[in-house]
Design a binder for this molecule. Sequence first.
Ligand SMILES: Cc1ncc(COP(=O)(O)O)c(C=O)c1O
Length: 384
Amino acid sequence: MTIYLDNAATTPLDPRVLKKMLPYFSEKFANPASIHALGQDAFITLEGAREKVANILNAPIDSIVFTSGATEANNLIIKGLAEANKNENKKRIIISAIEHPCVREAAKRLTTLGYTIDYLPANKQGIVTPKALENLMNDDVLLVSVMMVNNEIGTISDIKKLASVAHRFGAYFHSDAVQAVPYLNIDIKALKVDFLTLSAHKFYGPKGVGLAYINPKIKINALILGGGQENNIRSGTHNLPGIIGLSEALYLAYKERDKYLKKISKLQIYFWEKLKKEIPEILLNGSWEKRVPANLNVLFRYIEGEAILMDLSQKGICVSTGSACSASDLRASYVLKEIGLDKNYLNSNIRFSLGRYTTKAELDYTVKALKETVKRLRAFSPIT
Ligand SMILES: Cc1ncc(COP(=O)(O)O)c(C=O)c1O
């Protein structure tokens, strides 16, 4: 038996999504850039997928740029905007201190173009507040980037209010919304963001495809140059099966949202209550109220998260100690450091991320297994 509680790292492909994708690997294989009839059919399909996504996100059709994922989309926005504005006098970029590494690393690279990077603190609850942003703002800021939902602790920041603060000071605003689907409503017009990114494999779509929402009125430079696809912003032959998969997965995620949210919220409460009852000396990292129902990031006093992870893995349970990208990196989480976690416990945490296929029986089994694991590891623990 395998119990998968790592849905924030990636989700399984929904079989309904796979079914929609399959013809585009075989009989409908043509390149949407080809002029002949097959190519034109592919082009119509591509533009249909773009329209479907734009409608769900309440965004103009020409604002959706398909990419290979959110890492590329975040790099495109951050580096592309900075490069297009390198001769202007706005030379500061503000990113939150709990951003995903692809935002952090892309921003760091901009120092080579003369930009200064400022880190916007999150509070102890793991939330980035408009007040904190106001304290850092000035009219020399080109871009502010704050994620909608943090990938490690699942906490939610108020993107609409943050975007409004950035705009008041004449800066652009970007939000990495990768972990927000379908928990939050992503309405581009209502949020008033300039840029936003999504990744299909986080919502039961395929890996290797994502999108950037880019306000068409804002000039950014392309990152990948070539044949001029995606309105010259992202060259390269379209991954049509992936794009079809992304659009269908997004459609299903929002169509089935209400029912799913009810189910997963109940499971989250059930799991957390049971964990607290069965296992002593544990704490929840980040706000309980302002977090997505898929996430529980839990501190287990006196033991290493890595040891828990390995033990659970042997029992068929898949969890993570932090973000997927840092799973092989034993350094303490910068997100947990940022929210002020006791330094003795920076390596004592497990992220459980529930998903569409999680069942109550699986959570019962996980608590039972964890109880035994934690008891045994604590018996050896040198930390008291
Ligand atoms: C918040 C966040 N941003 C960006 C990414 C990167 O997305 P992708 O896997 O599509 O490159 C991830 C993936 O873990 C993420 O959680």
